[in-house]
Every structure is written in C-alpha cells, then in structure tokens.
Design a protein around this ligand. Structure first.
Ligand SMILES: [Zn+2]
Length: 323
C-alpha cells in the first residue's frame, strides 16, 4: 500500500487536537490575583488534600495601603499560618489537611487592622487508600501506666517543639528526600492497626535496613531529638514559618536540639525503634499542624524560593534579593 503524503499530514493535523492545551506555562507555576491593593500569587493553582500551597503578596504600585509596614497572617480552613515580610512583599505557606472535601475555600489574609483580603482557593480532594497493619497490642492500644505516662510526656515535648518555629524561612534550598530508597508505604493511607482505625499515614516510609545514614531534607534547626513511645528515636527539624520535617524510628541520633543543620547533613541512622512492623525510615513534613505529602513538598518547596515578584510593584527590583 502506497503511503499518501496528504493522508500523513491529515493524521498529524488530527493528532494536534489530541495534545493537551498548553498556555505556555508549567502546570505548577503561580496564579496571580490582584485584589484590595495587593498582587497575590499562589502555587499550585489548585492544591490537593495533603498538599502545601505557597502564597506571596506584594503591594500594587501606586496603591496606598492603610498600613504598609503591618504584620500579615493567613487563615485557611480554620488554621492560622505565618507570613514573612521579605523585600517588597510577604511570603508564606499554608497546608490543606487530609480529608478536605473538594471545593472552594477562603484564604483570609489578615493585618492588625483586620481582614486585608479574601482569596477563594479551589481544592481537590484525594483518596489515598487504606492499609491494615498488625503490631503488638501494647503498641496499638497502650494500657500500662508507665507507657501512658510516657505518651503524655511525649505529647508535651512535641507541643513545645512545634510551638517554637522561626518567623522567617530557614530552608535555603529546595527540599530533598533524606535517603535514596524505594517507598514501602505512601503518604495519606487510612490506617487500621490491629483492625482499629487510627490516624492516616502522616508521612512516607522508605525501605531502610538498620544503620543507613539519614540526611536533613533541608536547612533548619533541630527542635526535637529524643526517643518517643510511638515514633521511637525521632529528629524534628524546624525550617521556619511552621514548616517541620520529621525522621522516625531511628537506631541512632547524630544531632542535638538547637543545632543548625544544612541540607544533606547526616542527623541519624535508620532503625526500627517505636511502633513499627520492621526497620524503615518514616519521613514526614508538617506545616502549622498539618501533615503534607513530603514527596510533593520536594517540588512545592522550590516555589517558596522562586516567587515571580513583579518589578513594577512595591520597591522590589528582584524579590529574590533577600531570599
Ligand atoms: Zn510511616
């Protein structure tokens, strides 16, 4: 059969309709909205449940704001999130809790004077599936008084650690996974421990034998480094703006509370301490009390450092100057 050149062109023409419509922008770039004298940028445009959302604001050139040097904060889905003043604007991060239904929710930006603006943000829901695990009874439902007392002390220590986040961003590079290995359990699965429903999986589990070096995912400050009942030996690093990374079930801790760590610095070794079914590394990212998928945060975190500040607005020549 002779192949007809026109027929080939016709097929090419048809194929062009099957390509995704491209606006020329990458899917994860910022959406810009101008409202109440501010240019507001957010990325991704439509976050999912269990995902972070980077937000940046800039006063629009020529607009006189009531109180330009004010401190701003944000609320989203009834939670408070920080905003950091940077050259020419503000930046911050909010998180969509697991289990959030698809819909549009108000991101409320507040100043000392009250509500500065309200930005509706569309959210995708996401079902991460279910997982059944079997652990020792005293680990699933502790009964012994000494264990209950330990859990109570742990809760207090965690509250102190999470309560003292820096009001400015400490991470200076995109987040990187703490070790190179395959996942044995993804983020967000609804968990049944010995048949009883428990909190969904707040992080990811990496396959790791005992003693594999674990690296800090980003620069920050160690706020917890001790053994907890459920988490075993755990390290929590504050990355500022209420962004924390968690490393659990370690066999060894190689850092101290208060220590500043760089991305890639070894902070401990993998193990099987705490509530586990075998040795692995549990890695989590928590933003103002909300667990987000750490692997998605690897990509989302870079948007905190690449905000597309508009040079026409404010005094910012290049918003990255202070980053
Ligand atoms: Zn885990």
């Amino acid at each position: 059969m002779k192949f007809n050149g026109w027929f080939f062109l016709f097929i090419l023409f048809l194929c062009s309709f099957m390509l995704p419509v491209s606006s020329g922008a990458a899917p994860e770039t910022f959406v810009k909205t101008v409202k109440n004298g501010y240019a507001v940028y957010h990325s991704p445009g439509k976050p999912g449940a269990g995902q972070a959302l980077v937000v940046a604001l800039q006063p629009v050139a020529g607009e006189k704001l009531k109180n330009e040097s004010q401190l701003l904060s944000m609320t989203f889905l009834k939670r408070e999130f920080q905003l950091e003043a940077v050259a020419g604007g503000w930046r911050g991060i909010v998180a969509v809790p697991l289990g959030t239904a698809a819909g549009t929710y108000d991101l409320v930006i507040k100043s000392q004077a009250g509500v500065a603006l309200v930005l509706p943000v569309a959210v995708n829901d996401r079902d991460y599936g279910e997982q059944r695990l079997t652990v020792k009874r005293e680990m699933a439902t502790p009964m012994r008084p000494e264990n209950l007392a330990k859990i109570k002390r742990d809760r207090h220590n965690l509250k102190v650690a999470y309560g003292a986040s820096g009001s400015y961003l400490l991470l200076s590079d995109k987040v990187r996974a703490p070790l190179n290995s395959r996942l044995t359990s993804p983020f967000g699965t609804r968990r049944l421990l010995n048949g009883k429903p428990k909190s969904p999986h707040g992080g990811v589990d990496f396959k790791a034998a005992i003693g594999i070096p674990v690296a800090a995912a980003a620069s920050g400050q160690v706020v917890l480094a001790e053994a907890l009942y459920y988490s075993g030996r755990i390290v929590i690093i504050d990355h500022g703006l209420s962004i924390f990374s968690l490393y659990m079930h370690l066999s060894e801790i190689d850092c101290r509370v208060g220590e500043r760590v760089d991305r890639g610095q070894i902070i401990g070794k993998s193990g099987k301490s705490g509530r586990v079914t075998g040795p692995h590394l549990h890695w989590g990212v928590k933003i103002a009390g909300v667990f987000v998928d750490p692997l998605r945060f690897v990509d989302d975190s870079k948007h905190l450092l690449t905000i597309p500040w508009d040079a026409e607005n404010g005094e910012a020549e290049n918003g990255k100057s202070k980053l």
